[in-house]
Design a protein. Structure first.
Length: 500
C-alpha cells in the first residue's frame, strides 16, 4: 500500500482535500513509494488561519514558556535523529551519515533558539532628558512562512522555524514535495514537546500553494531557500505584497588553490566538497581554480581520490554517495558532462554511465571531473547541483580573484594556501558572503548568519544567527516620562525629599 503524506494544520494531521497528489520516489530504486497531498488555496488559508489564531496567545507567551518547549523539542529531536535521517534517505537518497549530519546542523539552530533570550534583550537609555527614558524592544511579526528545498528537507526548515517561534511568531512551512516526510515528523515532535496547536503548520503542494502564501494578507514574512530564478520570483512577488523576505538562491562556489597550498589537503577538500551529498547542496564546491603550474598535479590527486568513492543506496552503510533526487534531475546533470568536450573542456572522469547492480532503475550517476573548463561553457556557467567538478586554470592570484568575482553568484568561496597575507587579501577582496580559508565548505555555525551576495541572496537579511532574530522580529522604540513624586501637586506629600 502506498504511503500518503498529509498536511499538518492546527496541531493535527489534515487529510488532503484537493484530490491532487504528487509522487514521492525512492531515488535508489526509482519506485514511487509515497503520495503527498497537494494543498488547494482553501487548505493554505486554513493553515494560515490556524497560525493567526495561535499567534493571539503565542505572541504574548513568556520567553520561559517558549524556550522550555524548545528544550523539550531538542531532546526529542536528538532521541529520534536516526528515524529522521532514515526518512531523508528514503526520499532524498543521501547516505545515512549525510542525513545524520543534516539533522545535527539543524540541531545547532534549535540550540540557538533555546537561548533566544539573549538575542531578544532590548536597550535602555535613562535620563535622555529630565525624567525621560528611551527603550528599544523587539516584538514578533505574526504569521511567517517558510518555503524549503529538497536537498536538506530537515535542516533548512530548522534554519527557519525554531528562531521564528522562539521570537513569538507562528509558522507555516511549505516543504519540498519531493521529500515531505521529514517536515511532518518535525511537526509531530514539536507537538509532543508541548507546542500549542497552530503555532507550527505544514502544507504540501506546488506553485499554487507557494503563490497563495506569497499573496496571503495575514502572512507577514517569507523565508526561502532554492534556485536563483525562484528566489528572485519569491522576493519580487512577496515584496510586492508588502511582506518581509529573505530569499536565498543558487551558487557556483569556487575554490582557489595557490601554488604554495598543501595539494593533498586541497584534493581531499575538493573531493569532499564537490561530491558529498552527490553535489546536491548550495555550498558544494563546483569549480576549482588552479593557479600557476599546480593544475596537473592537483587534477591527478583529485582523480585518484574520486575514483575510490563508493556509490550505492543510502541504506548501505558502506556507501559514501547516493543517487540523485529524480530521474529528470539525473539526466540534466548528465547533459553537462556529455556536452563538456564540445565546449572545450577535457573530460577526466565521466560518471554518466554509472549504475548499481540490483538497483538499475535508481537515479544513478557517477563521479565526473572536468579539466581546463572555459568560462563560457555551460558546465561552468550553470549551477549543476550534482557530482560534477570543473577545474579552471589561471596564471596568477589576481586572475583567479577576477574570475571568481565575475561570477553572477556570490554564495561561498574558499582559498587554499599557506600564505597568511594572501589569505587575508582574499577574504577582503572576494565578492561572496561566506569565505573559507583552507576550509572548503564555510557554512557558518548557528550563531553566525548564513547567506551570500549578488544573485545568491535576495533581501536584506541572511538566515539564522543574529540576522535570523532580526528578520523574525521588528523594532519598537518607547520614550517614557514619569514625573518625580516629589513634583506632585501642592497639598499632596508622599514623603519624598525635595532636595535631590
Amino acid at each position: 500500500m502506498t504511503k500518503i503524506v498529509n498536511h499538518w494544520i492546527g496541531g493535527k494531521t489534515a487529510e488532503g482535500a484537493s484530490g491532487t497528489y504528487g509522487p514521492v520516489t525512492d531515488p535508489a530504486t526509482g519506485e514511487v513509494t509515497t503520495k503527498v497531498a497537494f494543498a488547494a488555496v482553501e487548505e493554505v488559508d486554513a493553515a494560515v488561519a490556524a497560525a493567526k489564531d495561535a499567534f493571539a496567545t503565542w505572541g504574548q507567551s513568556s520567553l520561559a514558556q517558549r524556550t522550555s518547549i524548545l528544550f523539550k523539542f531538542r531532546a526529542l529531536l536528538d532521541e529520534h535523529r536516526d528515524d529522521i535521517a532514515a526518512l531523508i534517505t528514503a526520499e532524498h537518497g543521501k547516505v545515512h551519515s549525510d542525513a545524520l549530519g543534516e539533522v545535527a546542523r539543524g540541531l545547532e539552530i534549535v540550540d540557538l533558539a533555546c537561548g533566544i533570550s539573549v538575542q531578544l534583550k532590548g536597550e535602555l537609555s535613562t535620563q535622555v532628558a529630565t525624567n525621560v527614558d528611551v527603550a528599544a524592544i523587539r516584538q514578533p511579526l505574526g504569521v511567517v512562512a517558510g518555503i524549503t528545498p529538497f536537498n536538506f528537507p530537515a535542516m533548512v526548515p530548522m534554519w527557519m522555524f525554531p528562531l521564528a517561534i522562539a521570537c513569538g511568531n507562528t509558522f507555516v512551512l511549505k516543504p519540498s514535495e519531493k521529500d515531505p516526510s521529514a517536515a511532518v515528523r518535525l511537526a509531530e515532535l514539536l507537538a509532543e514537546a508541548g507546542l500549542p496547536d497552530g503555532v507550527f503548520n505544514v502544507v504540501h503542494g506546488d506553485k499554487l500553494a507557494v503563490d497563495r502564501l506569497l499573496e496571503h494578507p495575514d502572512v507577514q514574512a517569507v523565508s526561502f531557500v532554492g534556485s536563483t530564478p525562484i528566489a528572485r520570483y519569491i522576493h519580487t512577488t512577496a515584496s510586492a505584497n508588502g511582506k518581509r523576505v529573505q530569499a536565498l538562491g543558487g551558487a557556483k562556489n569556487h575554490m582557489l588553490v595557490l601554488p604554495d597550498a598543501d595539494l593533498d589537503a586541497a584534493a581531499d577538500a575538493a573531493v569532499s566538497a564537490a561530491y558529498g551529498s552527490a553535489g546536491e547542496r548550495c555550498m558544494a564546491i563546483s569549480a576549482v581554480v588552479a593557479v600557476g603550474a599546480v593544475g596537473d598535479e592537483l587534477v591527478q590527486k583529485i582523480r585518484e581520490r574520486a575514483e575510490k568513492i563508493k556509490i550505492g543506496p543510502g541504506t548501505d552503510p558502506t556507501a559514501e554517495m547516493g543517487p540523485l533526487i529524480t530521474k529528470a534531475h539525473r539526466d540534466k546533470v548528465a547533459s553537462y558532462v556529455s556536452g563538456a568536450a564540445a565546449e572545450g573542456a577535457e573530460v577526466v572522469l565521466d560518471g554518466t554511465g554509472y549504475t548499481v547492480e540490483g538497483h538499475e532503475n535508481g537515479h544513478w550517476i557517477g563521479i565526473s571531473l572536468l579539466d581546463k573548463v572555459p568560462t563560457g561553457a555551460k558546465a561552468y556557467q550553470d549551477e549543476i547541483f550534482g557530482p560534477v567538478l570543473s577545474v579552471l586554470r589561471v596564471d596568477t592570484y589576481e586572475d583567479g580573484v577576477a574570475l571568481i568575482n565575475a561570477s553572477p553568484f556570490g554564495n561561498g568561496t574558499a582559498i587554499f594556501t599557506r600564505d597568511g597575507g594572501a589569505a587575508r587579501r582574499f577574504q577582503l577582496e572576494i565578492e561572496a558572503g561566506m569565505v573559507g580559508v583552507n576550509v572548503p565548505i564555510p557554512v557558518p555555525v548557528g550563531y553566525h548568519s548564513f547567506g551570500g551576495w549578488k544573485d545568491s541572496l535576495f533581501g536584506d537579511h541572511h538566515i539564522y544567527g543574529n540576522d535570523g532574530t532580526h528578520f523574525y522580529t521588528r523594532g519598537k522604540v518607547v520614550t517614557t516620562r514619569w514625573p518625580d513624586p516629589a513634583d506632585a501637586p501642592a497639598g499632596v506629600d508622599l514623603g519624598f525629599p525635595r532636595n535631590h
